[in-house]
Design a protein around this ligand. Structure first.
Ligand code: AMP
Ligand code: GLY
Length: 427
Protein backbone atom coordinates (compact mmCIF):
# COMPACT_ATOMS: atom_id res chain seq x y z
CA UNK A 1 0.00 0.00 0.00
CA UNK A 2 1.09 3.61 -0.58
CA UNK A 3 0.94 6.01 2.36
CA UNK A 4 0.76 9.83 2.41
CA UNK A 5 2.06 11.65 5.50
CA UNK A 6 1.07 15.30 5.86
CA UNK A 7 3.42 17.72 7.61
CA UNK A 8 7.00 18.95 7.62
CA UNK A 9 8.45 18.48 11.08
CA UNK A 10 10.53 15.96 13.00
CA UNK A 11 7.24 14.33 13.99
CA UNK A 12 6.50 13.56 10.35
CA UNK A 13 10.07 12.31 9.80
CA UNK A 14 9.52 9.92 12.73
CA UNK A 15 6.22 8.80 11.15
CA UNK A 16 7.96 8.23 7.82
CA UNK A 17 10.66 6.09 9.43
CA UNK A 18 8.14 3.94 11.35
CA UNK A 19 5.73 3.53 8.44
CA UNK A 20 8.44 2.78 5.86
CA UNK A 21 9.62 -0.05 8.14
CA UNK A 22 6.39 -1.96 7.50
CA UNK A 23 6.61 -4.79 4.97
CA UNK A 24 3.10 -3.97 3.76
CA UNK A 25 4.00 -0.44 2.72
CA UNK A 26 5.29 0.08 -0.83
CA UNK A 27 5.79 3.84 -1.03
CA UNK A 28 5.67 6.70 1.48
CA UNK A 29 5.00 10.27 0.31
CA UNK A 30 5.56 13.17 2.70
CA UNK A 31 3.84 16.50 1.94
CA UNK A 32 5.76 18.75 2.09
CA UNK A 33 8.36 16.89 4.21
CA UNK A 34 11.82 18.33 4.91
CA UNK A 35 15.52 17.75 4.20
CA UNK A 36 15.50 14.60 6.30
CA UNK A 37 12.58 12.94 4.54
CA UNK A 38 14.13 14.00 1.19
CA UNK A 39 17.33 12.15 2.14
CA UNK A 40 15.63 8.94 3.30
CA UNK A 41 15.51 7.43 -0.19
CA UNK A 42 14.14 3.93 -0.75
CA UNK A 43 10.37 3.99 -0.38
CA UNK A 44 10.20 7.59 0.86
CA UNK A 45 9.95 10.84 -1.13
CA UNK A 46 8.63 14.37 -0.64
CA UNK A 47 5.67 15.97 -2.43
CA UNK A 48 5.71 19.78 -2.76
CA UNK A 49 2.26 20.38 -1.25
CA UNK A 50 1.58 22.25 1.97
CA UNK A 51 -0.45 20.75 4.81
CA UNK A 52 -3.27 23.27 4.25
CA UNK A 53 -3.70 22.62 0.49
CA UNK A 54 -6.56 20.22 1.09
CA UNK A 55 -7.94 19.93 -2.44
CA UNK A 56 -4.47 19.50 -3.95
CA UNK A 57 -3.61 16.85 -1.35
CA UNK A 58 -6.80 14.96 -2.16
CA UNK A 59 -6.09 15.12 -5.91
CA UNK A 60 -2.55 13.89 -5.31
CA UNK A 61 -3.77 11.05 -3.07
CA UNK A 62 -6.19 9.88 -5.77
CA UNK A 63 -3.67 10.08 -8.60
CA UNK A 64 -0.97 8.28 -6.63
CA UNK A 65 -3.06 5.39 -5.36
CA UNK A 66 -2.68 6.37 -1.73
CA UNK A 67 -4.27 3.72 0.50
CA UNK A 68 -3.79 5.53 3.80
CA UNK A 69 -3.18 9.18 4.72
CA UNK A 70 -1.73 10.20 8.09
CA UNK A 71 -2.14 13.79 9.30
CA UNK A 72 0.67 15.18 11.50
CA UNK A 73 -0.22 18.79 12.43
CA UNK A 74 -3.43 20.36 13.73
CA UNK A 75 -4.25 22.92 11.01
CA UNK A 76 -5.47 20.46 8.35
CA UNK A 77 -7.60 18.72 11.00
CA UNK A 78 -9.20 22.03 11.96
CA UNK A 79 -9.77 22.79 8.26
CA UNK A 80 -11.62 19.48 7.78
CA UNK A 81 -9.12 17.38 5.84
CA UNK A 82 -10.43 14.17 7.37
CA UNK A 83 -14.03 15.04 6.43
CA UNK A 84 -12.96 15.85 2.85
CA UNK A 85 -10.93 12.65 2.39
CA UNK A 86 -13.65 10.46 3.92
CA UNK A 87 -16.28 11.92 1.63
CA UNK A 88 -14.02 10.92 -1.25
CA UNK A 89 -13.77 7.37 0.18
CA UNK A 90 -10.12 7.80 1.07
CA UNK A 91 -8.77 6.23 4.27
CA UNK A 92 -7.28 8.79 6.61
CA UNK A 93 -5.95 8.73 10.19
CA UNK A 94 -7.28 11.62 12.28
CA UNK A 95 -10.47 13.05 13.77
CA UNK A 96 -13.15 14.82 11.74
CA UNK A 97 -13.35 18.59 12.09
CA UNK A 98 -16.08 18.49 14.76
CA UNK A 99 -14.04 16.05 16.87
CA UNK A 100 -10.79 17.99 16.36
CA UNK A 101 -12.47 20.83 18.28
CA UNK A 102 -11.13 19.09 21.38
CA UNK A 103 -7.92 20.89 20.33
CA UNK A 104 -9.02 23.70 18.03
CA UNK A 105 -11.54 25.22 20.46
CA UNK A 106 -10.60 25.44 24.11
CA UNK A 107 -14.16 26.59 24.84
CA UNK A 108 -15.54 23.42 23.25
CA UNK A 109 -13.00 21.28 25.05
CA UNK A 110 -13.61 22.82 28.50
CA UNK A 111 -17.41 22.61 28.09
CA UNK A 112 -17.10 19.02 26.88
CA UNK A 113 -15.02 18.08 29.94
CA UNK A 114 -17.51 19.84 32.18
CA UNK A 115 -20.43 17.88 30.62
CA UNK A 116 -18.74 14.55 31.29
CA UNK A 117 -17.14 15.27 34.67
CA UNK A 118 -13.61 14.94 33.31
CA UNK A 119 -11.11 16.43 35.78
CA UNK A 120 -9.74 19.81 34.59
CA UNK A 121 -9.16 23.30 36.01
CA UNK A 122 -12.29 25.37 36.85
CA UNK A 123 -12.88 28.00 34.14
CA UNK A 124 -15.01 30.81 32.74
CA UNK A 125 -15.41 31.95 29.11
CA UNK A 126 -15.33 35.62 28.02
CA UNK A 127 -15.96 37.42 24.73
CA UNK A 128 -15.24 40.98 25.86
CA UNK A 129 -12.51 42.77 27.75
CA UNK A 130 -15.01 44.36 30.13
CA UNK A 131 -16.54 41.08 31.30
CA UNK A 132 -13.10 39.44 31.63
CA UNK A 133 -11.80 42.43 33.62
CA UNK A 134 -14.83 42.32 35.89
CA UNK A 135 -14.16 38.63 36.56
CA UNK A 136 -10.47 39.24 37.32
CA UNK A 137 -11.46 42.16 39.56
CA UNK A 138 -13.81 39.93 41.52
CA UNK A 139 -11.15 37.37 42.44
CA UNK A 140 -9.33 37.62 45.77
CA UNK A 141 -5.49 37.72 45.65
CA UNK A 142 -5.42 34.13 46.96
CA UNK A 143 -7.03 32.96 43.67
CA UNK A 144 -3.93 33.87 41.63
CA UNK A 145 -2.14 32.78 39.51
CA UNK A 146 -4.89 32.57 36.87
CA UNK A 147 -4.34 31.17 33.40
CA UNK A 148 -5.63 33.14 30.41
CA UNK A 149 -6.02 31.28 27.12
CA UNK A 150 -7.06 32.08 23.58
CA UNK A 151 -9.74 29.57 22.63
CA UNK A 152 -8.45 29.01 19.09
CA UNK A 153 -5.25 27.51 17.68
CA UNK A 154 -2.11 29.51 18.48
CA UNK A 155 0.74 27.07 17.78
CA UNK A 156 0.99 26.32 21.50
CA UNK A 157 1.63 29.99 22.32
CA UNK A 158 -1.84 31.28 23.25
CA UNK A 159 -1.50 30.87 27.02
CA UNK A 160 -0.55 33.48 29.63
CA UNK A 161 -0.03 32.56 33.27
CA UNK A 162 -0.81 35.74 35.25
CA UNK A 163 0.84 35.75 38.68
CA UNK A 164 -1.42 38.48 40.10
CA UNK A 165 -4.33 40.78 39.22
CA UNK A 166 -2.10 43.37 37.54
CA UNK A 167 -0.51 40.84 35.24
CA UNK A 168 -3.94 39.47 34.39
CA UNK A 169 -5.28 42.94 33.49
CA UNK A 170 -2.20 43.66 31.38
CA UNK A 171 -2.70 40.36 29.56
CA UNK A 172 -6.35 41.19 28.86
CA UNK A 173 -5.26 44.52 27.34
CA UNK A 174 -2.78 42.74 25.07
CA UNK A 175 -5.35 40.17 24.05
CA UNK A 176 -8.40 42.39 23.49
CA UNK A 177 -6.78 45.75 22.52
CA UNK A 178 -3.46 44.76 20.90
CA UNK A 179 -4.94 41.49 19.53
CA UNK A 180 -1.68 39.58 20.16
CA UNK A 181 -3.47 36.28 19.48
CA UNK A 182 -5.61 37.69 16.64
CA UNK A 183 -9.01 36.12 16.08
CA UNK A 184 -7.94 32.98 17.98
CA UNK A 185 -8.81 35.05 21.07
CA UNK A 186 -12.32 36.15 20.05
CA UNK A 187 -13.26 33.88 22.94
CA UNK A 188 -10.99 33.72 25.98
CA UNK A 189 -10.87 31.08 28.69
CA UNK A 190 -9.74 32.14 32.17
CA UNK A 191 -8.99 29.18 34.38
CA UNK A 192 -7.56 28.15 37.72
CA UNK A 193 -3.83 27.48 37.92
CA UNK A 194 -3.05 23.79 38.40
CA UNK A 195 -0.04 22.74 40.46
CA UNK A 196 1.93 19.56 39.96
CA UNK A 197 4.01 17.86 37.32
CA UNK A 198 3.12 17.91 33.63
CA UNK A 199 3.15 14.82 31.44
CA UNK A 200 1.30 13.61 28.38
CA UNK A 201 -0.47 10.42 27.44
CA UNK A 202 -1.18 9.40 23.84
CA UNK A 203 -3.91 7.14 22.52
CA UNK A 204 -4.67 5.87 19.03
CA UNK A 205 -8.46 5.61 18.69
CA UNK A 206 -10.82 3.86 16.26
CA UNK A 207 -14.07 5.56 17.27
CA UNK A 208 -14.88 3.15 20.11
CA UNK A 209 -11.67 1.64 21.40
CA UNK A 210 -8.13 2.86 21.86
CA UNK A 211 -4.54 1.71 22.35
CA UNK A 212 -2.02 3.51 24.52
CA UNK A 213 1.52 4.55 23.68
CA UNK A 214 4.01 5.23 26.49
CA UNK A 215 3.65 8.51 28.40
CA UNK A 216 6.11 11.34 27.75
CA UNK A 217 7.30 14.65 29.09
CA UNK A 218 8.06 17.69 26.93
CA UNK A 219 10.31 20.72 27.70
CA UNK A 220 8.44 23.75 26.40
CA UNK A 221 10.68 26.60 27.51
CA UNK A 222 13.73 27.74 25.55
CA UNK A 223 16.04 28.04 28.58
CA UNK A 224 17.57 25.52 30.95
CA UNK A 225 15.70 25.05 34.23
CA UNK A 226 12.42 25.74 32.34
CA UNK A 227 13.08 29.46 31.94
CA UNK A 228 12.48 31.93 29.12
CA UNK A 229 9.95 31.89 26.31
CA UNK A 230 7.68 29.06 25.29
CA UNK A 231 8.72 27.10 22.20
CA UNK A 232 7.22 24.27 20.19
CA UNK A 233 9.23 21.94 22.47
CA UNK A 234 12.99 21.60 23.09
CA UNK A 235 13.19 17.95 24.04
CA UNK A 236 11.24 15.04 25.49
CA UNK A 237 11.59 11.66 27.08
CA UNK A 238 9.43 8.58 27.49
CA UNK A 239 8.12 6.99 29.57
CA UNK A 240 7.44 9.73 32.16
CA UNK A 241 8.08 8.27 35.63
CA UNK A 242 5.33 10.49 37.11
CA UNK A 243 2.78 8.51 35.05
CA UNK A 244 2.84 5.39 37.21
CA UNK A 245 0.58 2.48 36.30
CA UNK A 246 -1.85 3.75 38.95
CA UNK A 247 -1.92 7.23 37.37
CA UNK A 248 -2.37 5.66 33.92
CA UNK A 249 -5.31 3.62 35.25
CA UNK A 250 -6.94 6.85 36.50
CA UNK A 251 -6.27 8.59 33.19
CA UNK A 252 -7.96 5.78 31.28
CA UNK A 253 -10.91 5.53 33.64
CA UNK A 254 -11.56 9.23 34.31
CA UNK A 255 -10.36 10.85 31.08
CA UNK A 256 -9.87 8.67 28.01
CA UNK A 257 -12.91 6.41 28.30
CA UNK A 258 -15.40 9.19 29.15
CA UNK A 259 -13.93 11.31 26.34
CA UNK A 260 -14.40 8.59 23.71
CA UNK A 261 -17.85 7.76 25.04
CA UNK A 262 -18.89 11.43 25.10
CA UNK A 263 -17.64 12.09 21.59
CA UNK A 264 -19.52 9.03 20.29
CA UNK A 265 -22.72 10.07 22.11
CA UNK A 266 -22.53 13.54 20.61
CA UNK A 267 -22.24 12.12 17.12
CA UNK A 268 -18.53 12.39 16.32
CA UNK A 269 -16.84 9.13 17.30
CA UNK A 270 -13.20 10.00 17.94
CA UNK A 271 -10.70 8.50 15.50
CA UNK A 272 -6.97 9.11 15.20
CA UNK A 273 -4.55 10.30 17.84
CA UNK A 274 -5.67 11.78 21.13
CA UNK A 275 -3.00 13.67 23.06
CA UNK A 276 -3.92 14.21 26.70
CA UNK A 277 -1.82 16.94 28.34
CA UNK A 278 -1.94 16.36 32.09
CA UNK A 279 -1.08 18.00 35.37
CA UNK A 280 -0.46 15.36 38.01
CA UNK A 281 -0.63 16.42 41.65
CA UNK A 282 -0.26 13.85 44.41
CA UNK A 283 -1.04 11.06 41.93
CA UNK A 284 -4.27 12.75 40.74
CA UNK A 285 -4.39 13.65 37.02
CA UNK A 286 -6.25 16.67 35.55
CA UNK A 287 -6.44 17.67 31.90
CA UNK A 288 -4.45 20.78 30.92
CA UNK A 289 -5.30 20.39 27.24
CA UNK A 290 -6.31 17.93 24.57
CA UNK A 291 -4.61 17.80 21.20
CA UNK A 292 -6.10 15.98 18.22
CA UNK A 293 -2.72 14.70 17.01
CA UNK A 294 0.59 13.46 18.37
CA UNK A 295 2.98 16.02 19.89
CA UNK A 296 6.26 17.29 18.54
CA UNK A 297 8.84 16.46 20.02
CA UNK A 298 6.92 13.73 21.94
CA UNK A 299 6.39 11.69 18.75
CA UNK A 300 10.16 11.39 18.34
CA UNK A 301 10.32 9.39 21.59
CA UNK A 302 6.95 7.67 21.54
CA UNK A 303 7.05 6.12 18.04
CA UNK A 304 10.58 4.64 18.25
CA UNK A 305 9.46 2.84 21.44
CA UNK A 306 6.62 1.07 19.60
CA UNK A 307 7.83 -2.44 18.81
CA UNK A 308 4.79 -3.49 16.79
CA UNK A 309 4.05 -2.44 13.21
CA UNK A 310 2.71 1.13 13.30
CA UNK A 311 1.15 0.88 9.85
CA UNK A 312 -1.04 -2.11 10.86
CA UNK A 313 -2.31 -0.17 13.89
CA UNK A 314 -2.99 2.98 11.85
CA UNK A 315 -4.95 1.04 9.27
CA UNK A 316 -6.95 -0.64 12.03
CA UNK A 317 -7.73 2.77 13.56
CA UNK A 318 -9.51 3.60 10.30
CA UNK A 319 -11.02 0.22 9.43
CA UNK A 320 -11.87 -0.79 13.03
CA UNK A 321 -10.56 -3.72 15.03
CA UNK A 322 -7.80 -1.73 16.68
CA UNK A 323 -8.20 -3.93 19.78
CA UNK A 324 -7.02 -6.97 17.81
CA UNK A 325 -3.73 -5.63 16.39
CA UNK A 326 -0.43 -6.15 18.22
CA UNK A 327 0.57 -2.98 20.06
CA UNK A 328 3.69 -3.79 22.04
CA UNK A 329 6.31 -1.41 23.38
CA UNK A 330 10.07 -1.86 23.64
CA UNK A 331 11.34 -2.10 27.19
CA UNK A 332 13.55 0.82 28.25
CA UNK A 333 13.36 4.51 27.47
CA UNK A 334 13.87 7.12 24.78
CA UNK A 335 15.02 10.73 24.90
CA UNK A 336 15.13 13.39 22.21
CA UNK A 337 17.10 16.66 22.22
CA UNK A 338 16.05 19.45 19.85
CA UNK A 339 18.76 21.46 18.10
CA UNK A 340 17.44 24.92 17.25
CA UNK A 341 18.65 27.92 15.26
CA UNK A 342 20.31 30.61 17.42
CA UNK A 343 17.69 33.21 18.39
CA UNK A 344 14.68 30.87 18.27
CA UNK A 345 11.86 31.34 19.35
CA UNK A 346 12.49 34.99 18.34
CA UNK A 347 14.05 35.96 14.99
CA UNK A 348 16.71 33.61 13.62
CA UNK A 349 18.64 33.15 10.41
CA UNK A 350 18.27 30.24 8.01
CA UNK A 351 20.37 28.80 5.20
CA UNK A 352 23.24 27.69 7.50
CA UNK A 353 25.07 24.59 6.28
CA UNK A 354 24.56 21.51 8.49
CA UNK A 355 27.29 18.87 8.81
CA UNK A 356 26.92 15.63 10.72
CA UNK A 357 30.00 13.56 11.65
CA UNK A 358 29.66 9.78 11.17
CA UNK A 359 27.79 7.92 13.91
CA UNK A 360 29.24 5.30 16.25
CA UNK A 361 25.82 3.95 17.24
CA UNK A 362 23.47 1.88 15.12
CA UNK A 363 20.51 3.64 13.50
CA UNK A 364 18.25 1.57 15.77
CA UNK A 365 19.76 3.27 18.80
CA UNK A 366 20.26 6.86 17.64
CA UNK A 367 18.01 8.63 15.12
CA UNK A 368 18.34 12.15 13.79
CA UNK A 369 14.89 13.43 12.87
CA UNK A 370 14.82 16.58 10.76
CA UNK A 371 12.46 19.53 11.23
CA UNK A 372 13.65 22.88 9.83
CA UNK A 373 16.06 21.52 7.22
CA UNK A 374 16.12 21.68 3.43
CA UNK A 375 18.31 20.39 0.62
CA UNK A 376 19.79 23.23 -1.38
CA UNK A 377 21.98 22.23 -4.37
CA UNK A 378 22.61 18.91 -2.61
CA UNK A 379 23.66 20.70 0.57
CA UNK A 380 21.74 20.26 3.84
CA UNK A 381 20.86 23.67 5.29
CA UNK A 382 18.78 25.06 8.15
CA UNK A 383 15.32 26.33 7.16
CA UNK A 384 13.46 26.79 10.45
CA UNK A 385 13.61 27.44 14.19
CA UNK A 386 13.67 23.89 15.41
CA UNK A 387 16.18 22.21 13.08
CA UNK A 388 16.80 18.64 14.25
CA UNK A 389 15.49 16.30 16.94
CA UNK A 390 18.09 13.80 18.06
CA UNK A 391 16.58 10.67 19.61
CA UNK A 392 18.35 7.86 21.45
CA UNK A 393 16.96 4.62 22.84
CA UNK A 394 18.45 2.78 25.80
CA UNK A 395 17.69 0.66 28.80
CA UNK A 396 17.68 3.67 31.13
CA UNK A 397 16.88 7.34 30.63
CA UNK A 398 20.42 8.23 31.67
CA UNK A 399 21.86 6.03 28.93
CA UNK A 400 19.49 7.60 26.36
CA UNK A 401 20.53 11.10 27.35
CA UNK A 402 24.25 10.29 27.16
CA UNK A 403 23.82 8.83 23.68
CA UNK A 404 21.59 11.66 22.48
CA UNK A 405 24.01 14.37 23.65
CA UNK A 406 26.98 12.50 22.13
CA UNK A 407 25.11 12.54 18.83
CA UNK A 408 24.20 16.23 19.27
CA UNK A 409 27.91 16.98 19.62
CA UNK A 410 28.56 15.44 16.20
CA UNK A 411 26.19 17.91 14.53
CA UNK A 412 27.42 21.33 13.44
CA UNK A 413 25.81 24.50 12.12
CA UNK A 414 26.46 28.11 12.96
CA UNK A 415 24.43 29.29 15.95
CA UNK A 416 23.16 25.81 16.91
CA UNK A 417 21.46 25.84 20.32
CA UNK A 418 20.09 23.07 22.53
CA UNK A 419 19.10 22.76 26.15
CA UNK A 420 21.63 20.66 28.08
CA UNK A 421 19.17 19.67 30.81
CA UNK A 422 16.65 17.55 28.89
CA UNK A 423 15.43 14.74 31.17
CA UNK A 424 17.34 16.08 34.17
CA UNK A 425 14.14 16.42 36.21
CA UNK A 426 13.43 12.72 35.86
CA UNK A 427 16.88 11.41 36.85
P1 AMP B 1 -2.04 24.69 26.74
O1 AMP B 1 -1.85 25.33 25.40
O2 AMP B 1 -3.42 24.76 27.26
O3 AMP B 1 -1.44 23.33 26.81
O4 AMP B 1 -1.09 25.49 27.75
C1 AMP B 1 0.29 25.61 27.52
C2 AMP B 1 1.04 25.44 28.81
O5 AMP B 1 0.59 26.38 29.79
C3 AMP B 1 0.82 24.08 29.47
O6 AMP B 1 1.66 23.11 28.96
C4 AMP B 1 1.11 24.41 30.92
O7 AMP B 1 2.50 24.44 31.16
C5 AMP B 1 0.59 25.80 31.08
N1 AMP B 1 -0.81 25.73 31.57
C6 AMP B 1 -1.93 25.75 30.83
N2 AMP B 1 -3.02 25.67 31.60
C7 AMP B 1 -2.59 25.62 32.87
C8 AMP B 1 -3.24 25.56 34.14
N3 AMP B 1 -4.57 25.56 34.25
N4 AMP B 1 -2.47 25.51 35.24
C9 AMP B 1 -1.12 25.54 35.16
N5 AMP B 1 -0.45 25.63 33.99
C10 AMP B 1 -1.17 25.66 32.86
N1 GLY C 1 4.98 19.48 22.19
C1 GLY C 1 3.69 19.99 22.40
C2 GLY C 1 2.77 19.84 21.26
O1 GLY C 1 3.08 19.21 20.25
O2 GLY C 1 1.67 20.35 21.34
Amino acid sequence: MNVLIIGSGAREHAFARAIAASGRVERVFVAPGNGGTALMGGKVCNVPLKAVQLQELLAFARESGIGLTVVGPEQPLELGLVDLFRKADMKVVGPVQAAARLESSKVFSKEFMHRYGIPTAGYRVFCSKESAEAHIGSLGEERFPQVIKASGLCAGKGVIVAADRNEALLALGEIFDDRIFGSAADEVVIEEFLRGQEASVFALCDGRGYRLFLSAQDHKRIGEGDTGKNTGGMGAYAPAPVVTSEVMRKVEERIIRPTLQGMAEEGYPYTGFLYVGLMIDGGEPSVVEFNARLGDPETQVVLPLLKSDLFDALLASVEGGLDAVPFEMHPGSAATVVLASGGYPDAFETGRTITIDPAEESPDEVMIFHAGTALRDGRLVTSGGRVLSVTALGSTLQECLQKAYRAVDRIHFEGAYCRRDIGAKAL
